[in-house]
Write a protein that binds this ligand. Sequence first.
Ligand SMILES: [Zn+2]
Ligand SMILES: [Zn+2]
Length: 150
Amino acid sequence: MAANEDLVAEDGAILEGGCQCGAVRFRATGKPKWVAHCHCADCRRASAAPFTTYASFDAVNVAWTGAAPKSYASSPTVTRRFCETCGTPMSYESDGWAGEVHIFVAALDDPEALQPRLHAYVVDQLSWIHTDDGLRRYHQTAAEGDPLPG
Ligand SMILES: [Zn+2]
Ligand SMILES: [Zn+2]
């Protein structure tokens, strides 16, 4: 999805994060494959936020280090994990992104460790969200090709 220049973490960097109550913790190592804002209606509902920001890692590079998160199939091909105590969303996995775990950048202990590079699913973007960050914007995903103008 993202080109090499979009990779922002140093190779071998260790990123840690967790839920609001601290029970579920995770560690992600290596470079994320991409870091992106998602405006899709499904993620909006699942996170109860206007949009959310993901970093994609190879599944083998993500380890749950505290309490195991609970999982929920939000569609036949999508598994979303969350803390069963405080409810914080923890990850997104999908058959469409096999072998990857998408973690929430905002759940990192240092959310500024990663820089989002694009907006996905702007087809679902709420009218009262206004961004002026210069990032590429896609109707759905970058796999569709050229970004939208503006
Ligand atoms: Zn929790
Ligand atoms: Zn989404």
